[in-house]
Design a protein around this ligand. Sequence first.
Ligand SMILES: Nc1ncnc2c1ncn2[C@@H]1O[C@H](COP(=O)(O)OP(=O)(O)OP(=O)(O)O)[C@@H](O)[C@H]1O
Ligand SMILES: [Mg+2]
Length: 326
Amino acid sequence: MSQLLINQLALREFRGIRISQPINLSKFTVLIGRNNSGKTAILEALSLLPPTAIIPTLNETRIDLVASLHGGKSSLVYGYSGKATINYKLYQREVHLELTAYGAIDITIGGEKVPSEQYLQALSRAMKVDEESLPDLILFIPNDTRIMRELQRNLTSEREWSKVVKSGANTTTIKELVNPTVNDKFTEALIEREDIRLRKELPGGKVLYVKIADVGDGIERVLTTALWLESRKPKLVLWDDIEASAHPGLIEALIRWLANKPWQIVVATHSIDVLDRIVAVQPKDTKIIALQKTPDDEVKAKTLTLDQVEDMLNKNIDLRKITDLL
Ligand SMILES: Nc1ncnc2c1ncn2[C@@H]1O[C@H](COP(=O)(O)OP(=O)(O)OP(=O)(O)O)[C@@H](O)[C@H]1O
Ligand SMILES: [Mg+2]
């Protein structure tokens, strides 16, 4: 079995989670649960492991980015005061972060305290990766247009786009994800006048170059992310509300596309189509985790196998609505 970047996560006083049962991750983990059950909080906590900007053009740390999606830095701490703790189990190492409501951070790696100015170096040593590759280690995709546009802006630089072209993603993503799911006939993604555009063939030989920001929200989100993933090759992908704006046809193409990729993936979803397609595609080492928050904000997790989920789907049981799973 391939090595996972993060095996287990445990949280205390992080966002709306007062305490969580340790959550064991797989190669392909799917988080389900009602609104407010802590799905986004778990993805955000996972995203904070590398102490780097998430998007190079954005002068924002990961903490700043998550804070910007909510009510500021204090929103990362339960009840807006005290300390949040995040415990990551990595391969042969544990990293422990403590965050205050003011954004200060305390770090322990393998039981030893690390001064924050040495965190980058210590983490790269603990994880056996170069410091330069830490920013690309984990990609977090929130359900947020600003972040999508920033990813696009980043990809338009000559250096980044040459990585896209080298990976072949400028054509393969169009072929595998876009064309089977829309009625337009696109042939490739390219950069023109500082925008990512899709070359579109019209009947009669006319060609149009459509800006990626102008395609529908579903394709914009999936294609932007896929271009980024293929060129930057993170080790862990955190994709919130993966079904957002996607028709079942696009969901199907996306799950098929993701199933064979090398990275560890954690997605959050409310969609039966996502579960149904995952059951059909059977990505290797998949776990579905149903989350439930108690009235005093303890998050409990119940892990289901693909077979169990398939069985429920076959019996027409809507597992999104089962509140007594736990
Ligand atoms: N700083 C905080 N202190 C206390 N509670 C908080 C804090 N931040 C968030 N919450 C609570 O956390 C919950 C939101 O959690 P989260 O966004 O992870 O849910 P979710 O499962 O992603 O929901 P959705 O399906 O709607 O996206 C809400 O109950 C909210 O009241
Ligand atoms: Mg959410």
